[in-house]
Every structure is written in structure tokens, then in C-alpha cells.
Design a protein around this ligand. Structure first.
Ligand SMILES: [Zn+2]
Ligand SMILES: [Zn+2]
Length: 385
């Protein structure tokens, strides 16, 4: 089959100490300290082989993620920008949907022809965090499209336990094709859901919600805030296209943060009471958290979803006086997240279909990722089959 393969050179920076585990497994914990001179190319790759509990999926749609962009872009020394767990060469792509075309002999929960989307985090179920109910913090994690072959490809083999059926989404939107496209948005939407409702415990209907950053995760956060009954949703985003998308999925007010003082705007909108729930989905907390701090309602929450290797100035006195809390979140697995997001989409409560702004074939995947570096689109989809 064909797939978009990332090749890179294992060349640790001179000041980076490679751990025994990294040496042994060939996995970099801090990708941008080790992987240099990345090359992305659609090329031949061995067909996946099926384990007894695996299904073979014909991939129908796979979204381009910010992390894919950070494999394509490098710093001045030629290192990938992506900071996380990685092992190359591998096929990229992790926000996807597909059709079951073959089953391992012990598969019991799926059938040939089923439409599914898949978790990206391959949690082991055996380590202490997994056994304690925290699969997003698995210590034996593999990640589809980061450490094992991903979904910018014709086929993928995955254990049935990571698959979630999306036929109800196809029914809601009236076609299989739409079901696969919208189904491929499930993974990033689950990242926002996990952060807002599992980690931070959500907000009450009527609460005022701010969302900083209207990339795919921020747009999903806006859609979820609307579906959950937010009183006012205010968003901050610099791209004019994304400002429009933020309005399309439910933001009441969207500002370019370079043109306003975000904290003051939130205080004006709330007539001095502050906002109850703040979502950081821009990956610039060192700039954004100080603005959120100016607009903390009593009992308010800040939830950090964007990733940034940055220290953040925080004035904890404000958190004491305003009875506020800050939450860190990563991942999308467990905690009913996939099934609840699929339910909301299938019920018509959450419609993120407007955020799909471009579609490419598998052969054009490098162009799709190059386009994402313009940071203007909502979600760009690759449709391999
Ligand atoms: Zn992603
Ligand atoms: Zn585990």
C-alpha cells in the first residue's frame, strides 16, 4: 500500500542526554531534541498484518493536525518542531475514520462493513495509571501516527478496543461519505471534551466561556461550549478565516487579540463579573493566562489544552481571591469521551461540519500539510480511498 512516511535522522542535540529507554526503544521522548532533517513522502509501505484482536480498516478520511504541521516545519538547526513522543520512520496521520474490511479471528465487537473512528492513544491497560483508570497517562503508550504507523495511508490495522462506531453520524448527515468526514473530527473534538468536561469538570449552563485560539481544537471547544449551554462564548483568534469559523460554530463574540486587551474585553462583556470558564487552545499560555487572570469570575476555571514548552507567569493571589482553579489536560481516551462526543454529533447537538475547509487525495498529503502551515484553515482532510 501507499502511505505518507516521515523519515528523519536520529541526531540528538549536543546538550540532550539520551536516556537508556530512548536508546533501547528507538523512541524519542522529546522529539525536537533528537529528530533532524525530516523528509515527508508518499511512498510504498508494507501492508499491515492483523493480530487476532485487530481489524483492518480501509481509511476514508484523516485530518491534518497541528502536530503534523510540526513534523513538516523545522527550527533553524533542522530539528522537527514537535516536542513529544516519536519513532521514525513511520506513517503520519491520527484523526481518522474508516471501514472494517477484515477481522482478526478473535474480534467480537465489530463486523466487516462497520464504520468506525479510532483513538490515537494506544494505552496498554496493564500499567499502574491504566489500571487506576487514567489511560491518557499510560506509561507504555504507543501513538498512532507518532510511534506506530498512522492513517495517511490506504489501510491500518488496529485492536478493536480502540474503535468506536460512527454509523449514527452517517445517519444524521445523510450519507456514508459525510459520516466518514465528520467522523474523522471525533478525535480532536474528544481532546477538547476531555479537557473541558472530564479534567476541569465542566461549567454550569449560563456560565460565560472564553476560548483562546480557534484552530480545530478551539473550534471544537466553542461548539461544545454552545452545546453545553454557555451563557456567552467569547473567542480570540488572529486568522480572519478562523474568526469566521468560530462564529459559524457558536462564538457570540470573536476578537483579534492583537487589537484588543483580552482581559478587559471579558470584563466588559461580563459587566465586571468575570468569565467562569477559560479554555487555552492556542499554545501560548505565557501570553494568555495573564489575560485570563484579569477576568476570573468567582469560582472560575482555566483549562490548558494547547501545548507549549513555556513557563507561565501566574499571580496566585488572584486565584485565591477569586476562588479560581487551573487544570492541565492531555489526551482523549477513557471517561466515556468518545461515545459521548459521537452521541452529541449524531443527535445534531454538535455540528462541526463547517470547520472542514479543504480535501486532498492521498498522493497530495504533503501539499495538505504544507497548506496547514498557513494556519488559516479549520480542518484539512486527506481522503485516501
Ligand atoms: Zn492531533
Ligand atoms: Zn498503560
Amino acid at each position: 500500500m501507499k502511505g505518507l512516511v516521515l523519515d528523519a535522522v536520529w541526531e540528538p542535540r549536543s546538550d540532550y542526554v539520551v536516556s537508556d529507554w530512548e536508546e533501547k526503544t528507538g523512541k524519542a521522548i522529546t522529539g525536537n531534541s533528537i529528530w533532524r532533517h525530516p523528509k515527508l513522502k508518499v511512498r510504498d509501505w508494507a501492508d499491515p498484518t492483523l493480530g487476532p484482536q485487530d481489524v483492518l480498516l480501509e481509511i476514508r478520511a484523516c485530518g491534518v493536525c497541528g502536530s503534523d504541521m510540526h513534523f513538516y516545519e523545522t527550527d533553524e538547526d533542522g530539528y522537527i518542531l514537535y516536542p513529544g513522543l516519536t519513532k521514525f520512520p513511520t506513517i503520519l496521520g491520527h484523526e481518522f475514520s474508516g471501514k472494517v474490511v477484515e477481522m482478526g479471528k478473535d474480534v467480537t465487537t465489530l463486523q466487516v462493513g462497520d464504520m468506525v473512528t479510532v483513538e490515537e492513544m494506544i494505552w496498554c491497560g496493564r500499567c499502574i495509571p491504566c489500571r487506576n483508570g487514567y489511560p491518557n497517562h499510560c506509561t507504555n503508550l504507543e501513538e498512532i501516527g507518532f510511534t506506530i504507523p498512522g492513517a495517511f495511508a490506504n489501510y491500518i490495522a488496529v485492536d478493536e478496543k480502540f474503535c468506536w462506531k460512527i454509523d449514527a453520524i452517517a445517519e444524521r448527515f445523510g450519507s456514508e461519505e459525510k459520516g466518514y468526514e465528520i467522523g474523522a473530527l471525533t478525535e480532536p473534538t474528544c481532546v477538547a471534551y476531555n479537557a473541558m468536561f472530564e479534567r476541569a469538570g465542566g461549567f454550569r449552563p449560563g456560565h460565560y466561556v472564553s476560548v483562546f485560539g480557534a484552530g480545530p481544537i478551539g473550534l471544537a471547544a466553542i461548539g461544545l461550549a454552545k452545546a453545553a449551554g454557555a451563557g456567552i462564548i467569547a473567542a480570540f483568534e488572529i486568522s480572519p478565516q478562523r474568526i469566521e469559523l468560530a462564529q459559524a460554530v457558536g462564538a457570540d463574540h470573536v476578537y483579534d487579540p492583537r487589537e484588543v486587551n483580552a482581559g478587559e474585553v471579558l470584563m466588559e462583556l461580563s459587566k465586571g463579573e468575570g468569565f467562569d470558564f477559560h479554555v487555552e487552545a492556542a499554545g501560548a499560555p505565557e501570553l494568555i493566562v495573564p489575560e485570563m487572570e484579569k477576568a476570573l469570575a468567582i469560582n472560575s476555571k482555566i483549562v490548558q489544552i494547547g501545548r507549549a514548552a513555556q513557563r507561565v507567569p501566574m499571580y496566585l493571589e488572584a486565584f485565591q481571591v477569586r476562588r479560581a482553579q487551573a487544570f492541565g489536560a492531555q489526551g482523549h481516551s477513557g471517561h466515556e469521551t468518545f461515545p459521548n462526543v459521537i452521541r452529541m454529533v449524531a443527535a445534531g447537538r454538535l455540528d462541526l461540519s463547517p470547520i472542514i475547509t479543504a480535501r486532498y487525495g492521498l498522493e497530495e498529503t504533503v501539499d495538505a500539510i504544507a497548506r496547514s502551515t498557513e494556519r488559516a484553515d479549520g480542518k484539512i482532510l486527506v481522503k485516501p480511498n
